[in-house]
Design a protein around this ligand. Structure first.
Ligand code: GAL
Length: 416
């Protein structure tokens, strides 16, 4: 039986406090995201600009809650939803995260809007499947992000005469050279970045098919192959700065920039931060490769905006969703955010350097697409929360078999 895991996530008090609506009667749209920090806020600002241009009389209320990966934002959102005080639109992830909102009845069916606006014909067909349940479409995707990326400091690798590793064991081997140079091999950050790292180790070690089977119950977490991949993850942690992990993904990447670390695994919002905020030149000062063992695979996630049940200014929320879905909105947003458009008919010439490379891979029919664990695509929130808790113990204690068993048990309890 499926658990109503989304509600379980909420840290809401039993009796919700009486909330005073901040919407009043004046026209506004309250948009809820976790895009506030450098590398996150700039893309949202583009959508806000376009919204204001199209809707000059409507105030844009930016209700973003800080914290990379969105854990804090989702907890705050759950509290608001439980108190029947939804924003007019909130950010969610295509796939299982969105499906949970649907099953809990907190977001509206947008099929009529998709039909009238012709969006069914222009959104990427695979992505469309991940925002559809029982034939109904539930969110407007703004982008395609990629999770399986290894960012690196170009001059450190040149000095060390190393190339980006093709396997996780090669990365571990490179540690001998890098540590002799006084450089940390792998920079990591807070708990969610460790989950993100683990998913890419599993992908590289198991391959796309087995990796995908982990999320559908088809692959046994307790199998020798999976436990061995998890053991590789513990070895990878040993060549990282886990004992003094950075607070979030930007400080994690700062270590690559200041040359104290060679590599970092992170999604391509990094491109936005390093290029737009820090002014670094892609492929000269920093670069990216597929995470070890994942050449030809695209570990995807997509940010998608919803229309919550009970949104106070429904009409303005729809106006917001139209900006999110527009060609202009997608191109302005994604070229700043480091992501690719969810639409298939935008101006591809705008996607340069890293984005051009990545767009080529996304559009290559030979590329195998898998979904991200850390960013909502493949695991229900209830299961993912339990994986995160077990991962905290695993990172401390290093017992791969115990972690695999905890994840398998949690799947049965929450999803299976
Ligand atoms: C992801 C989100 C991205 C980016 C990242 C870092 O979950 O989908 O758009 O914001 O978190 O915060």
């Amino acid at each position: 039986m499926k658990r109503r895991s989304f509600i379980a996530l909420a840290a809401a008090p039993a009796v919700a406090p009486l909330l005073v609506s901040c919407s009043g009667d004046s026209p506004q749209v309250e948009v809820f995201t976790w895009w506030t920090g450098p590398g996150e806020g700039e893309g949202l600002a583009e959508l806000e600009r376009l919204f204001k241009e199209a809707n000059p009389d409507v105030e844009f209320v930016n209700a973003a809650i800080a914290g990379g990966g969105g854990d804090q934002a989702r907890a705050a959102l759950a509290t608001r939803l439980q108190a029947s005080d939804p924003p007019d639109s909130f950010q969610g992830h295509a796939g299982e995260e969105l499906a949970d909102y649907v099953d809990n009845g907190v977001i509206e069916d947008l099929s009529a809007l998709f039909e009238s606006e012709g969006w069914n014909d222009v959104m990427h067909p695979g992505l469309l499947e991940n925002i559809t349940r029982d034939g109904k479409v539930y969110a407007v995707p703004v982008n395609i992000h990629r999770a399986n990326l290894l960012w690196y400091n170009v001059s450190i690798l040149e000095e060390a005469r190393l190339s980006p590793p093709q396997s996780w064991s090669e990365l571990i081997e490179q540690n001998a050279t890098l540590s002799e140079m006084g450089v940390t091999t792998l920079s990591i950050g807070s708990a969610w970045t460790q989950l993100h790292l683990m998913e890419t180790v599993l992908l590289g070690e198991l391959g796309a098919e087995t990796y995908s089977g982990l999320w559908t119950g088809q692959v046994d977490w307790r199998s020798a192959e999976v436990v061995a991949a998890l053991e590789t993850f513990t070895e990878v942690l040993k060549v990282s700065n886990v004992s003094e992990a950075a607070a979030d993904w930007q400080p994690q990447l700062d270590k690559i920039v200041d040359g104290t670390a060679a590599y970092a695994v992170m999604g391509d919002w990094v491109y936005s931060y390093l290029t737009t905020n820090l002014g670094l030149v892609y492929d000269q000062e920093y670069s990216a490769a597929e995470t070890p063992g994942s050449v030809g695979v695209f570990d995807y996630l997509s940010d998608a905006f919803t229309l919550p049940v009970g949104a106070k200014q429904r009409e303005n929320a729809e106006a917001w969703l139209k900006v999110c879905a527009s060609v202009e909105g997608q191109d302005a947003f994604n070229t700043k955010k480091g992501s690719l458009p969810a639409r298939t008919d935008t101006d591809q010439s705008l996607y340069t350097d890293y984005l051009e490379w990545n767009l080529g891979q996304w559009l290559d029919p030979a590329t195998v697409v898998v979904g991200s664990l850390a960013h909502g695509a493949v695991a229900r929130p209830g299961w993912k929360t339990e994986i995160e808790t077990a991962l905290g113990v695993f990172v401390q204690e290093g017992d791969a078999a115990a972690f695999a068993a905890a994840v398998a048990d949690a799947y049965q309890r929450t999803t299976g």
